[in-house]
Design a protein around this ligand. Sequence first.
Ligand SMILES: [Zn+2]
Length: 154
Amino acid sequence: MDHNRERLAAHILPLSVANDFDTARTEWALIGVEVSEEFDSCPCGQDIKEHCYIRNQINGNTTYVGNVCINRFIGIETGNLFAGLRRIAADDTANANEDLIYQAFKLGYIFDQEYKFLMDTRRKRKLSPKQIAWKQKINRRIINKTVVQRRSST
Ligand SMILES: [Zn+2]
């Protein structure tokens, strides 16, 4: 089963102000991302482990969709964000990729200096012990905000 635009629209439209999906989707902004170990389902019906939390900028409603639907149907580009997240979750000294650094900054997970440091060193293989420690500290904060081991179903 593929990501279904009609099913996604049926979920998004009642939470939106506009009555047509092409207008309604522009009302939404990304407010958080999360990787989980267990499968959940996207409103389109597809199993997902990558959640993109979104908020309607007009009426304040919130919901989530998977990483495919946010790009394909809502029209918000997340690029290689989730690949970057999985890489630093597996190794907290690893370099975050550009998409992850950009979104982490936009979502308020990292500060100005941290953004600059991660961008400047994102392709460096050799870092000083001090730089590695700083990178670990930043990566751990990003992981804490975005990676969940188990979701409670309440
Ligand atoms: Zn979906």
